[in-house]
Design a protein around this ligand. Structure first.
Ligand SMILES: *[C@@H]1O[C@H](CO)[C@@H](O)[C@H](O)[C@H]1NC(C)=O
Ligand SMILES: *[C@@H]1O[C@H](CO)[C@@H](O)[C@H](O)[C@H]1NC(C)=O
Ligand SMILES: *[C@@H]1O[C@H](CO)[C@@H](O)[C@H](O)[C@H]1NC(C)=O
Ligand SMILES: *[C@@H]1O[C@H](CO)[C@@H](O)[C@H](O)[C@H]1NC(C)=O
Ligand SMILES: *[C@@H]1O[C@H](CO)[C@@H](O)[C@H](O)[C@H]1NC(C)=O
Length: 437
């Protein structure tokens, strides 16, 4: 959602009046601490260097989680905003659901069909309920949910933890219970909850009431917090939502995508099953970046355990867009059950643009991306020191874009030539029993 300057002064009076009610209604839902057993055994294997823990610091992994049973792996699906913005209607949502099925994207895990801003009428009805826009959603949201569910998909909707949404539709603040109940009655499966017109009330106070309201409906609803990373949500949102935006909105440019990747990287230690850092939806297929740049965008989002929410028109994708979005080997990295966010482990060369990003996977494997952010081709090296392996360990290397095994006995480092703004994505499988002395 585009941020808009807020006119908080207009709402100050009502904010003060309602503040007491707000605080009183903010009942906390219990969250449980847990450490993934798989992580423990992983760290004890002799193939990893003693610095493994500091390279892939997981000290905050799974500390607090919303226990609604969702987001065991990052959410996958589609969202209307990046391509359609406000130009949505029930036809385009249904056709998108059809296309997710016909392209095979749904079978790969892209199951959430998420309607962003602009679905609702600009005013509530006489019962103070949200109403779907009667021109663009004449059949209502429930009919769209029924359509989507009949295809085995899930429907997401959008509201705002403020007086209005960014496109000035009614927001849900102070009416969380009513709106959550309405969403549940429609069969909604996912809520993206935005941050416009927030009355200057801290996010930590505005986001928990909707968590509790969603929980109180008894319907399991994915809760996607979108406060643009303003109050460092990684530090608190794990107990509130299933994912939290760490940055401002992405746009369809190389500058935006790389900037957001770096900002999201900062919070890697906080991600884990149940709650994910969200660097915003994918721009793959929207035309503002090259094939190589989109491939890097998709690879890094997958490695960072970001939500994979397609942001293009899936009814009309080029062969290249389809190739990127349907790369099952890359999706498998994103959906790996270990759920540790990969991160930037080395940046060398001019402006640090020769980058190595890596992360642990289940089964003692590693995902490794060599990312060339320079403007000419270069050779990038991942040394075993950098990625946390003992130098004598033999590794089999699989290229996840070429879909082939490159070698079964890489030792001490692995290098490849990478084109400008492109990346290489590898699955490293170390062999503990075959190390070179
Ligand atoms: C629905 O939205 C799509 C995408 O913006 C547009 O092409 C189409 O004309 C709209 N259909 C109707 C009936 O408004
Ligand atoms: C509500 O919260 C409780 C406690 O965290 C959890 O066990 C339950 O599954 C939640 N229910 C829903 C519908 O999200
Ligand atoms: C896109 O994002 C970049 C980097 O954050 C920013 O400099 C630029 O102004 C944005 N462009 C648009 C059109 O919003
Ligand atoms: C399909 O996408 C192409 C760009 O890739 C565009 O030129 C064309 O207008 C689109 N067609 C429809 C029907 O939207
Ligand atoms: C980062 O990579 C460069 C180039 O391969 C290497 O010289 C340097 O030692 C690496 N730094 C770390 C901390 O691994």
């Amino acid at each position: 959602m585009a941020k808009q300057k807020q006119s908080s002064a207009c709402f100050l009076n009502s904010a003060i009046l309602l503040f007491t009610i707000f605080c009183a209604s903010s009942v906390s839902v219990s969250v449980s601490a847990r450490v993934h057993p798989i992580l423990q055994s992983f760290h004890q294997k002799p193939i990893f260097r003693s610095n493994f823990h500091s390279i892939y610091d997981t000290s905050n992994y799974g500390t607090f989680q919303l226990s609604n049973g969702l987001a065991k792996t990052p959410q996958m699906g589609w969202n209307s905003w990046n391509f359609f913005a406000c130009n949505i209607n029930e036809t385009v949502i249904k056709e998108t659901a059809d296309a997710l099925i016909s392209t095979g994207l749904a079978d790969l895990g892209y199951v959430y069909v998420n309607i962003d801003d602009c679905w609702s009428s600009v005013t509530r009805n006489l019962k103070a309920q949200l109403v779907p826009d009667e021109k663009t959603f004449p059949s209502g949201i429930k009919a769209v949910a029924d359509y989507v569910h009949a295809k085995g998909l899930k429907l997401g909707i959008y509201s705002d933890a403020g007086a209005f949404t960014c496109q000035v539709r009614p927001g849900s603040i102070f009416l969380e219970k009513e709106d959550a109940a309405l969403f549940a009655s429609w069969g909604i499966d996912y809520l993206k909850y935005d941050n416009c017109y927030n009355l200057g009330i801290p996010a930590k106070k505005r986001y928990p009431p909707m968590r509790d309201a969603l929980n109180a409906t008894g319907r399991t609803i994915f809760y996607s917090i979108c406060e643009w990373g303003e109050d460092d949500p990684a530090l608190w949102a794990g107990a509130v939502g299933n994912s939290w935006r760490t940055t401002e909105d992405i746009n369809d440019t190389w500058a935006s995508m790389t900037n957001i990747a770096d900002l999201n990287d900062k919070w890697a230690t906080y991600a884990g099953p149940g709650g994910w850092n969200d660097p915003d939806m994918l721009e793959v297929g929207n035309g503002g970046m090259t094939y190589q740049e989109y491939r890097a965008h998709f690879s890094i989002w997958a490695l960072m355990k970001a939500p994979l929410l397609i942001g293009c028109d899936v009814r009309n994708m080029t062969a290249e867009t389809i190739e990127i979005l349907t790369n099952k080997e890359v999706i498998d990295i994103n959906q790996d059950p270990l759920g540790v966010q990969g991160r930037k482990v080395n940046a060398s060369g001019p402006d640090g643009c020769n980058q190595v990003w890596a992360g642990p996977l289940s089964g003692g494997r590693l995902a490794v991306v060599l990312w060339n952010r320079c403007s000419s081709a270069t050779t990038i090296t991942a040394s075993w020191d950098t990625i946390g392996l003992q130098s004598g360990i033999r590794v089999s290397v699989r290229d996840l874009w070429q879909h082939q095994e490159l070698t079964s006995d890489a030792v001490s480092s692995f290098s490849a030539k990478v084109d400008a703004h492109d990346c290489r994505f590898y699955l490293f499988t170390p062999y503990p029993d075959h190390s070179v002395e």
